[in-house]
Write a protein that binds this ligand. Structure first.
Ligand SMILES: C[S@@+](CC[C@H](N)C(=O)[O-])C[C@H]1O[C@@H](n2cnc3c(N)ncnc32)[C@H](O)[C@@H]1O
Length: 420
Protein backbone atom coordinates (compact mmCIF):
# COMPACT_ATOMS: atom_id res chain seq x y z
CA UNK A 1 0.00 0.00 0.00
CA UNK A 2 1.11 3.54 -0.59
CA UNK A 3 1.69 5.77 2.42
CA UNK A 4 -1.55 7.73 1.92
CA UNK A 5 -3.47 4.46 2.00
CA UNK A 6 -2.27 3.51 5.47
CA UNK A 7 -5.01 2.58 7.86
CA UNK A 8 -4.70 3.15 11.56
CA UNK A 9 -7.18 2.06 14.21
CA UNK A 10 -8.22 5.73 14.46
CA UNK A 11 -9.81 5.36 11.00
CA UNK A 12 -12.89 4.18 12.89
CA UNK A 13 -13.18 7.68 14.40
CA UNK A 14 -13.83 9.25 10.98
CA UNK A 15 -17.13 11.12 11.33
CA UNK A 16 -18.39 10.11 7.90
CA UNK A 17 -17.58 6.47 8.65
CA UNK A 18 -19.49 6.68 11.92
CA UNK A 19 -22.50 8.21 10.20
CA UNK A 20 -22.54 5.56 7.55
CA UNK A 21 -22.12 2.58 9.86
CA UNK A 22 -24.14 3.77 12.77
CA UNK A 23 -23.86 1.70 15.94
CA UNK A 24 -25.46 2.20 19.34
CA UNK A 25 -22.54 1.23 21.50
CA UNK A 26 -19.32 1.94 19.69
CA UNK A 27 -17.06 -0.92 20.64
CA UNK A 28 -15.56 -1.28 17.17
CA UNK A 29 -12.04 -0.14 18.02
CA UNK A 30 -12.09 -2.25 21.19
CA UNK A 31 -13.23 -5.34 19.29
CA UNK A 32 -10.66 -4.98 16.51
CA UNK A 33 -7.71 -4.28 18.85
CA UNK A 34 -8.71 -7.10 21.22
CA UNK A 35 -9.01 -9.45 18.25
CA UNK A 36 -5.62 -8.54 16.81
CA UNK A 37 -3.95 -8.84 20.21
CA UNK A 38 -5.28 -12.36 20.62
CA UNK A 39 -4.84 -13.81 17.14
CA UNK A 40 -2.40 -16.46 18.31
CA UNK A 41 -3.85 -17.72 21.56
CA UNK A 42 -7.33 -18.88 20.64
CA UNK A 43 -8.99 -16.08 22.60
CA UNK A 44 -9.10 -14.10 19.35
CA UNK A 45 -11.90 -16.41 18.16
CA UNK A 46 -14.12 -14.76 20.72
CA UNK A 47 -13.88 -11.43 18.84
CA UNK A 48 -13.28 -12.74 15.32
CA UNK A 49 -16.67 -12.55 13.64
CA UNK A 50 -17.40 -8.96 14.62
CA UNK A 51 -13.80 -7.86 14.15
CA UNK A 52 -13.86 -8.99 10.51
CA UNK A 53 -17.26 -7.39 10.01
CA UNK A 54 -15.87 -4.02 11.20
CA UNK A 55 -12.63 -4.40 9.28
CA UNK A 56 -14.69 -5.05 6.14
CA UNK A 57 -16.81 -1.98 6.87
CA UNK A 58 -13.74 0.24 7.13
CA UNK A 59 -12.27 -1.28 3.96
CA UNK A 60 -15.50 -0.66 2.07
CA UNK A 61 -15.66 2.90 3.37
CA UNK A 62 -12.02 3.68 2.53
CA UNK A 63 -12.22 2.10 -0.92
CA UNK A 64 -15.39 4.08 -1.71
CA UNK A 65 -14.40 7.45 -0.33
CA UNK A 66 -10.72 7.45 -1.31
CA UNK A 67 -11.05 5.32 -4.42
CA UNK A 68 -8.68 2.64 -3.14
CA UNK A 69 -8.34 -1.10 -3.63
CA UNK A 70 -7.53 -2.21 -0.12
CA UNK A 71 -8.02 -5.84 0.85
CA UNK A 72 -8.46 -7.52 4.22
CA UNK A 73 -4.90 -8.82 4.52
CA UNK A 74 -3.35 -5.41 3.90
CA UNK A 75 -5.55 -3.76 6.45
CA UNK A 76 -5.08 -6.42 9.14
CA UNK A 77 -1.32 -6.13 8.68
CA UNK A 78 -1.38 -2.33 8.84
CA UNK A 79 -3.50 -2.12 11.97
CA UNK A 80 -1.57 -4.92 13.60
CA UNK A 81 1.70 -3.06 13.14
CA UNK A 82 -0.02 0.00 14.50
CA UNK A 83 -0.98 -1.76 17.74
CA UNK A 84 2.27 -3.68 18.21
CA UNK A 85 4.58 -0.70 17.86
CA UNK A 86 3.73 0.71 21.26
CA UNK A 87 5.86 1.05 24.43
CA UNK A 88 4.20 -1.88 26.24
CA UNK A 89 3.03 -4.38 23.62
CA UNK A 90 1.01 -7.40 24.57
CA UNK A 91 3.46 -10.28 25.23
CA UNK A 92 3.57 -13.36 22.98
CA UNK A 93 4.87 -15.57 25.76
CA UNK A 94 2.95 -15.43 28.98
CA UNK A 95 2.30 -17.57 32.04
CA UNK A 96 -1.23 -16.40 32.93
CA UNK A 97 -4.10 -14.33 31.51
CA UNK A 98 -6.00 -11.49 33.17
CA UNK A 99 -8.76 -8.97 32.61
CA UNK A 100 -8.20 -5.30 33.44
CA UNK A 101 -11.37 -3.66 34.82
CA UNK A 102 -11.74 0.07 35.62
CA UNK A 103 -8.49 0.10 33.73
CA UNK A 104 -7.76 3.84 33.85
CA UNK A 105 -4.41 4.24 32.11
CA UNK A 106 -3.29 0.68 32.76
CA UNK A 107 -1.36 0.74 36.05
CA UNK A 108 -2.46 -2.83 36.77
CA UNK A 109 -1.76 -3.90 33.20
CA UNK A 110 1.79 -2.62 33.32
CA UNK A 111 2.49 -4.40 36.62
CA UNK A 112 0.87 -7.69 35.57
CA UNK A 113 2.53 -7.69 32.14
CA UNK A 114 5.85 -7.23 33.95
CA UNK A 115 4.99 -10.37 35.92
CA UNK A 116 4.43 -12.45 32.77
CA UNK A 117 0.71 -11.83 32.31
CA UNK A 118 -1.33 -11.30 29.17
CA UNK A 119 -4.37 -9.05 29.22
CA UNK A 120 -7.30 -10.60 27.32
CA UNK A 121 -9.93 -7.94 28.04
CA UNK A 122 -9.90 -4.35 29.28
CA UNK A 123 -12.70 -1.95 30.19
CA UNK A 124 -12.54 1.80 30.86
CA UNK A 125 -15.24 4.24 29.83
CA UNK A 126 -13.37 7.56 30.09
CA UNK A 127 -12.39 8.56 26.56
CA UNK A 128 -9.23 10.41 27.59
CA UNK A 129 -8.02 7.48 29.68
CA UNK A 130 -8.79 5.26 26.67
CA UNK A 131 -6.47 7.42 24.55
CA UNK A 132 -3.58 7.06 27.00
CA UNK A 133 -4.25 3.33 27.29
CA UNK A 134 -4.29 2.85 23.52
CA UNK A 135 -1.08 4.83 22.96
CA UNK A 136 0.81 2.72 25.49
CA UNK A 137 -0.68 -0.75 25.09
CA UNK A 138 -2.08 -0.66 21.55
CA UNK A 139 -5.52 -1.65 22.82
CA UNK A 140 -8.71 0.34 23.10
CA UNK A 141 -10.61 -0.70 26.25
CA UNK A 142 -14.31 -1.58 26.08
CA UNK A 143 -16.71 0.94 27.68
CA UNK A 144 -19.23 0.75 30.52
CA UNK A 145 -18.66 -2.53 32.36
CA UNK A 146 -22.17 -2.51 33.81
CA UNK A 147 -23.62 -3.02 30.31
CA UNK A 148 -24.46 -6.56 29.30
CA UNK A 149 -22.99 -5.91 25.83
CA UNK A 150 -19.62 -5.05 27.37
CA UNK A 151 -19.66 -8.12 29.59
CA UNK A 152 -20.46 -10.33 26.61
CA UNK A 153 -16.97 -9.64 25.20
CA UNK A 154 -15.18 -11.04 28.25
CA UNK A 155 -13.54 -14.34 27.28
CA UNK A 156 -14.85 -17.55 28.84
CA UNK A 157 -11.62 -18.37 30.58
CA UNK A 158 -8.92 -16.24 32.21
CA UNK A 159 -6.84 -16.56 35.38
CA UNK A 160 -6.92 -13.21 37.14
CA UNK A 161 -9.45 -10.38 37.46
CA UNK A 162 -7.93 -7.08 38.57
CA UNK A 163 -9.10 -3.52 39.03
CA UNK A 164 -9.52 -0.49 41.25
CA UNK A 165 -13.30 -0.24 41.40
CA UNK A 166 -15.03 2.96 42.55
CA UNK A 167 -16.26 2.76 46.15
CA UNK A 168 -20.07 3.01 46.32
CA UNK A 169 -22.50 2.45 49.17
CA UNK A 170 -24.39 -0.83 49.12
CA UNK A 171 -28.14 -0.66 49.51
CA UNK A 172 -28.68 -3.01 52.39
CA UNK A 173 -25.24 -3.75 53.72
CA UNK A 174 -25.58 -5.36 57.11
CA UNK A 175 -28.55 -7.49 56.15
CA UNK A 176 -26.19 -10.38 55.48
CA UNK A 177 -27.37 -10.98 51.96
CA UNK A 178 -23.95 -10.53 50.33
CA UNK A 179 -24.33 -10.69 46.55
CA UNK A 180 -27.86 -9.22 46.58
CA UNK A 181 -26.73 -6.27 48.72
CA UNK A 182 -24.25 -5.21 46.08
CA UNK A 183 -26.83 -4.81 43.28
CA UNK A 184 -26.65 -1.48 41.47
CA UNK A 185 -22.96 -0.95 42.30
CA UNK A 186 -19.87 -1.58 40.23
CA UNK A 187 -18.71 -4.18 42.72
CA UNK A 188 -21.88 -6.09 41.76
CA UNK A 189 -20.59 -6.16 38.18
CA UNK A 190 -17.26 -7.58 39.36
CA UNK A 191 -19.15 -10.25 41.27
CA UNK A 192 -21.48 -10.91 38.35
CA UNK A 193 -18.48 -11.56 36.09
CA UNK A 194 -16.93 -13.91 38.68
CA UNK A 195 -20.23 -15.67 39.29
CA UNK A 196 -20.72 -16.45 35.59
CA UNK A 197 -17.28 -18.08 35.48
CA UNK A 198 -18.03 -20.12 38.60
CA UNK A 199 -21.33 -21.28 37.11
CA UNK A 200 -19.73 -22.25 33.80
CA UNK A 201 -17.08 -24.32 35.59
CA UNK A 202 -14.17 -21.97 34.74
CA UNK A 203 -13.73 -20.03 37.98
CA UNK A 204 -11.25 -17.17 37.95
CA UNK A 205 -8.23 -18.22 40.04
CA UNK A 206 -7.33 -14.90 41.65
CA UNK A 207 -9.12 -11.57 42.20
CA UNK A 208 -6.92 -8.55 42.87
CA UNK A 209 -8.68 -5.31 43.83
CA UNK A 210 -7.54 -1.88 44.95
CA UNK A 211 -9.47 0.85 46.71
CA UNK A 212 -9.09 3.87 48.97
CA UNK A 213 -8.11 3.21 52.56
CA UNK A 214 -11.46 4.70 53.62
CA UNK A 215 -13.25 1.62 52.27
CA UNK A 216 -12.35 -0.12 55.53
CA UNK A 217 -14.45 2.31 57.58
CA UNK A 218 -17.13 2.91 54.92
CA UNK A 219 -20.65 2.41 56.36
CA UNK A 220 -19.13 1.43 59.70
CA UNK A 221 -17.13 -1.35 58.07
CA UNK A 222 -20.22 -2.97 56.51
CA UNK A 223 -19.12 -2.25 52.94
CA UNK A 224 -15.86 -4.17 53.27
CA UNK A 225 -17.64 -6.93 55.20
CA UNK A 226 -20.16 -7.30 52.38
CA UNK A 227 -17.39 -7.40 49.80
CA UNK A 228 -15.55 -10.13 51.70
CA UNK A 229 -18.72 -12.12 52.41
CA UNK A 230 -19.78 -11.93 48.78
CA UNK A 231 -16.43 -13.20 47.55
CA UNK A 232 -16.55 -15.97 50.15
CA UNK A 233 -20.01 -16.99 48.92
CA UNK A 234 -18.47 -17.44 45.49
CA UNK A 235 -15.86 -19.85 46.86
CA UNK A 236 -12.96 -17.49 47.55
CA UNK A 237 -10.76 -16.92 50.56
CA UNK A 238 -10.02 -13.24 51.02
CA UNK A 239 -7.12 -11.24 52.45
CA UNK A 240 -6.99 -7.46 52.65
CA UNK A 241 -4.25 -5.06 53.65
CA UNK A 242 -3.57 -1.32 53.67
CA UNK A 243 -0.19 -0.58 52.14
CA UNK A 244 1.70 2.69 51.72
CA UNK A 245 3.57 3.55 48.51
CA UNK A 246 6.33 5.23 50.54
CA UNK A 247 7.35 1.81 51.83
CA UNK A 248 7.81 0.51 48.29
CA UNK A 249 10.53 2.84 47.03
CA UNK A 250 8.08 5.55 45.96
CA UNK A 251 8.42 9.01 47.58
CA UNK A 252 4.67 9.37 48.09
CA UNK A 253 2.58 8.91 51.22
CA UNK A 254 -0.25 7.01 49.56
CA UNK A 255 -2.25 4.51 51.57
CA UNK A 256 -4.48 2.16 49.67
CA UNK A 257 -6.50 -0.93 50.54
CA UNK A 258 -5.65 -4.06 48.57
CA UNK A 259 -7.91 -7.10 48.42
CA UNK A 260 -6.67 -10.47 47.17
CA UNK A 261 -9.03 -13.43 46.81
CA UNK A 262 -8.26 -16.99 45.70
CA UNK A 263 -10.17 -20.24 45.37
CA UNK A 264 -10.87 -21.67 48.82
CA UNK A 265 -10.55 -25.28 47.69
CA UNK A 266 -6.85 -24.69 46.95
CA UNK A 267 -6.17 -24.53 50.70
CA UNK A 268 -3.56 -21.80 50.32
CA UNK A 269 -2.69 -18.75 52.39
CA UNK A 270 -1.46 -15.38 51.19
CA UNK A 271 1.00 -13.04 52.89
CA UNK A 272 1.14 -9.48 51.59
CA UNK A 273 4.57 -7.96 51.03
CA UNK A 274 4.56 -5.03 53.44
CA UNK A 275 7.56 -3.13 52.14
CA UNK A 276 10.06 -1.24 54.23
CA UNK A 277 8.57 1.02 56.86
CA UNK A 278 10.69 4.13 56.58
CA UNK A 279 9.29 5.85 59.63
CA UNK A 280 9.38 2.91 62.00
CA UNK A 281 12.62 1.59 60.55
CA UNK A 282 11.18 -1.90 60.60
CA UNK A 283 11.74 -4.25 57.74
CA UNK A 284 8.78 -6.40 56.76
CA UNK A 285 8.44 -9.15 54.24
CA UNK A 286 10.25 -7.39 51.42
CA UNK A 287 10.30 -8.07 47.74
CA UNK A 288 13.51 -7.68 45.75
CA UNK A 289 11.90 -4.92 43.67
CA UNK A 290 12.13 -2.53 46.57
CA UNK A 291 15.74 -1.51 46.63
CA UNK A 292 15.34 1.95 48.10
CA UNK A 293 15.21 1.86 51.88
CA UNK A 294 14.95 5.63 51.93
CA UNK A 295 13.05 7.68 49.43
CA UNK A 296 13.36 11.37 48.59
CA UNK A 297 11.35 13.65 46.37
CA UNK A 298 14.51 14.34 44.32
CA UNK A 299 13.99 10.86 42.80
CA UNK A 300 11.01 11.97 40.76
CA UNK A 301 11.92 15.55 39.82
CA UNK A 302 12.88 16.47 36.26
CA UNK A 303 15.49 19.02 35.21
CA UNK A 304 14.52 22.48 34.02
CA UNK A 305 10.75 22.22 34.25
CA UNK A 306 8.82 24.70 32.12
CA UNK A 307 8.21 27.96 34.04
CA UNK A 308 4.49 27.56 33.29
CA UNK A 309 4.32 25.12 36.21
CA UNK A 310 5.30 27.88 38.70
CA UNK A 311 2.13 29.01 40.43
CA UNK A 312 1.00 32.62 40.09
CA UNK A 313 1.32 35.21 42.86
CA UNK A 314 -2.47 35.20 43.17
CA UNK A 315 -2.74 31.44 43.59
CA UNK A 316 0.19 31.38 46.00
CA UNK A 317 -1.33 34.20 48.09
CA UNK A 318 -4.60 32.21 48.18
CA UNK A 319 -2.78 29.10 49.39
CA UNK A 320 -1.02 31.06 52.14
CA UNK A 321 -4.27 32.70 53.22
CA UNK A 322 -6.10 29.35 53.40
CA UNK A 323 -3.23 27.79 55.31
CA UNK A 324 -3.48 30.61 57.89
CA UNK A 325 -7.27 30.20 58.14
CA UNK A 326 -6.97 26.46 58.59
CA UNK A 327 -4.30 26.91 61.23
CA UNK A 328 -6.50 29.33 63.14
CA UNK A 329 -9.35 26.84 63.04
CA UNK A 330 -6.93 24.26 64.37
CA UNK A 331 -7.36 21.73 61.58
CA UNK A 332 -3.83 22.23 60.29
CA UNK A 333 -4.74 21.64 56.64
CA UNK A 334 -3.13 23.74 53.97
CA UNK A 335 -0.98 23.36 50.92
CA UNK A 336 1.93 21.02 51.19
CA UNK A 337 5.29 22.12 49.84
CA UNK A 338 8.29 19.83 49.54
CA UNK A 339 11.81 19.99 48.19
CA UNK A 340 14.17 17.43 46.71
CA UNK A 341 15.33 16.31 50.16
CA UNK A 342 11.86 15.74 51.57
CA UNK A 343 11.31 12.02 52.17
CA UNK A 344 7.93 11.82 50.47
CA UNK A 345 5.05 13.93 49.19
CA UNK A 346 1.42 13.75 50.26
CA UNK A 347 -1.02 11.71 48.14
CA UNK A 348 -1.56 12.84 44.57
CA UNK A 349 -5.30 12.70 43.83
CA UNK A 350 -7.46 13.19 40.74
CA UNK A 351 -8.09 16.80 41.83
CA UNK A 352 -4.41 17.76 41.63
CA UNK A 353 -5.09 19.61 38.37
CA UNK A 354 -7.24 22.17 40.22
CA UNK A 355 -4.59 24.09 42.14
CA UNK A 356 -1.78 21.67 42.90
CA UNK A 357 -2.03 22.44 46.60
CA UNK A 358 -1.47 18.81 47.61
CA UNK A 359 2.10 18.84 46.34
CA UNK A 360 4.05 22.00 45.55
CA UNK A 361 7.76 21.96 44.83
CA UNK A 362 9.74 24.73 46.53
CA UNK A 363 11.94 26.84 44.24
CA UNK A 364 14.70 29.32 44.95
CA UNK A 365 13.77 32.92 44.11
CA UNK A 366 10.35 31.96 42.78
CA UNK A 367 6.93 30.83 43.90
CA UNK A 368 6.61 27.08 44.31
CA UNK A 369 5.60 25.04 41.28
CA UNK A 370 3.30 22.20 40.48
CA UNK A 371 4.62 18.82 39.45
CA UNK A 372 4.92 18.43 35.70
CA UNK A 373 2.79 15.60 34.24
CA UNK A 374 5.99 13.54 33.80
CA UNK A 375 6.81 14.05 37.48
CA UNK A 376 3.27 12.98 38.38
CA UNK A 377 3.93 9.83 36.33
CA UNK A 378 7.24 9.31 38.14
CA UNK A 379 5.47 9.75 41.47
CA UNK A 380 3.29 6.75 40.60
CA UNK A 381 6.29 4.73 39.43
CA UNK A 382 5.45 4.82 35.71
CA UNK A 383 8.43 4.14 33.45
CA UNK A 384 10.10 6.94 31.52
CA UNK A 385 8.80 5.65 28.17
CA UNK A 386 5.16 5.75 29.23
CA UNK A 387 3.49 8.08 26.69
CA UNK A 388 1.41 10.99 28.01
CA UNK A 389 -0.74 11.94 24.98
CA UNK A 390 -3.36 14.06 26.75
CA UNK A 391 -3.57 17.62 28.14
CA UNK A 392 -1.85 18.44 31.45
CA UNK A 393 -5.17 18.53 33.28
CA UNK A 394 -6.22 15.14 31.97
CA UNK A 395 -2.76 13.74 32.77
CA UNK A 396 -2.93 14.93 36.41
CA UNK A 397 -6.40 13.35 36.72
CA UNK A 398 -5.19 10.10 35.21
CA UNK A 399 -2.07 9.72 37.35
CA UNK A 400 -3.94 10.91 40.48
CA UNK A 401 -6.59 8.24 39.86
CA UNK A 402 -4.05 5.55 39.09
CA UNK A 403 -1.99 3.21 41.21
CA UNK A 404 1.65 3.19 42.28
CA UNK A 405 2.84 0.64 39.73
CA UNK A 406 5.72 -0.81 41.83
CA UNK A 407 3.30 -1.53 44.69
CA UNK A 408 0.96 -3.45 42.37
CA UNK A 409 3.93 -5.19 40.77
CA UNK A 410 5.35 -6.24 44.13
CA UNK A 411 2.03 -7.55 45.45
CA UNK A 412 1.47 -9.40 42.21
CA UNK A 413 4.89 -10.99 42.34
CA UNK A 414 3.79 -12.51 45.64
CA UNK A 415 0.42 -13.54 44.18
CA UNK A 416 2.36 -15.28 41.43
CA UNK A 417 4.66 -17.00 43.92
CA UNK A 418 2.04 -17.95 46.47
CA UNK A 419 -1.23 -18.45 44.60
CA UNK A 420 -0.78 -19.10 40.87
C1 LIG B 1 -9.77 4.59 40.50
S1 LIG B 1 -9.79 4.62 38.76
C2 LIG B 1 -8.76 3.24 38.39
C3 LIG B 1 -7.46 3.64 37.75
C4 LIG B 1 -6.60 2.48 37.29
N1 LIG B 1 -6.38 1.49 38.32
C5 LIG B 1 -5.25 2.96 36.76
O1 LIG B 1 -4.24 2.34 37.02
O2 LIG B 1 -5.20 3.99 36.07
C6 LIG B 1 -11.38 4.01 38.39
C7 LIG B 1 -11.69 4.03 36.91
O3 LIG B 1 -12.94 3.38 36.67
C8 LIG B 1 -13.54 4.00 35.54
N2 LIG B 1 -14.96 3.64 35.55
C9 LIG B 1 -15.89 4.05 36.45
N3 LIG B 1 -17.07 3.51 36.17
C10 LIG B 1 -16.90 2.72 35.07
C11 LIG B 1 -17.78 1.90 34.30
N4 LIG B 1 -19.06 1.78 34.61
N5 LIG B 1 -17.27 1.22 33.25
C12 LIG B 1 -15.95 1.33 32.92
N6 LIG B 1 -15.08 2.12 33.61
C13 LIG B 1 -15.56 2.81 34.67
C14 LIG B 1 -13.25 5.47 35.75
O4 LIG B 1 -13.34 6.20 34.54
C15 LIG B 1 -11.83 5.43 36.33
O5 LIG B 1 -10.86 5.61 35.32
Amino acid sequence: MKEEQEIMIEAFDNKKFKLRFIDNIDNKKAIVTHFLHNLQNGIGNHFEEEAFQYLDEIIEFKNDTDNLKLNRNDVVQQIQENIINVPFPTPNNFTFTFIDLFAGIGGFRLALQNNGGKCVFSSEWDKFAQITYKENFGEVPFGDISQETTKSYIPEQFDVLCGGFPCQPFSNAGLKRGFEDTRGTLFFDVVDILNRRVESGNPVSVVFLENVKGLRGHDKGNTLKTIIRTLEELGYTVASQVLNSKNFGIPQNRERLFIVAWRTNLNLTFNFPLGIDQDENLIFHVNELINATNTNVGQILTENPDPKYTISDKLYAGHIRRRKEHKEKGNGFGFSSVNENTQYTSTISARYYKDGSEILIEQEDANPRKLTPREAANLQGYPENFIIPVSDNQAYKQFGNSVSVPVIQTIFQEINNQLL
